[in-house]
Design a protein around this ligand. Sequence first.
Ligand code: RIB
Length: 305
Amino acid sequence: MDIAVIGSNNVDLISYITRMPEEGETIEAPDFQLGCGGKGANQAVAASRLGSEVLMVTRVGNDLFADNTIANFKANGIDDKYILKTEATSGVAPIFVDQQSRNSIIIVKGANALLTPEDLQNAREDIAACQLIVLQLEINLETVYAAIELGAELGIPVLLNPAPAAPELSLEKIKNVDFIVPNETELSLISGMPVDTLDDISNAAAVLINAGIKNVIVTLGARGVLWVSEAGEQVIEANAVHAVDTTGAGDAFIGCFTHFWVRNRDIAESLRLANYYAGDSVTRQGTQKSYATGEEFRQRFPEIF
Ligand code: RIB
């Protein structure tokens, strides 16, 4: 196994809107997409589509969404051994995408909130066979912290995507991760620093490095990423694209980064490729629906390999 993703899955209900309704107002949206999403599932599916062997540890509900989510994992080459059925609703995410491709997301955690540290212990043997543990914040923090401890016990590197932003996240408890991949807002919250300029972002990232985190990879949207480590820092710029829907682009980026890093252990090179993969995903509607397979990615960008 290459990558263990311990995290969420949601059903994404994406409405493409011309504007948000006012209070008490009903408006019509011109378009809609139903698809599989959730930050954990998205990252797992992106890595798997690129060719990684992915172990997914997650909880689905006992409703009509659950079987479709399990079938989707299987269709994307992800085994259902640790996709646990739960007496709860499945995670859902009503999403609104405007005509400038900006999104607003509401998540209802449902079964995702019931993934426990015991679930990780039950999967311990299979997690131990992976080369990287990948985490996000759509499950309970106690399970996230337990996964970080498990990674340390097993000697497996851990990547944490601290999304969505969680004010109660403890820097002390995440200081041993090998990679943290925040956006600017999340970085500001974790570091307690402003992020108005690139210098601010660099100073905020330094707070995390000084706490013990080995690599801080700040996603900067269309500008690419800033990678900071003890060895220095570097901006890896993204190629220009025409975005139609940025939903799940950060997850595409992480899935692609983990896929290549597990193979080449070259952070800069994996970030360069992940920028292209995420950029490609925003040119299509939907979340996982917009993720290329390894073959499609190579065909679209033969010059980058
Ligand atoms: O990052 C995008 C994801 O955030 C969506 O798939 C939605 O489910 C929410 O988890």
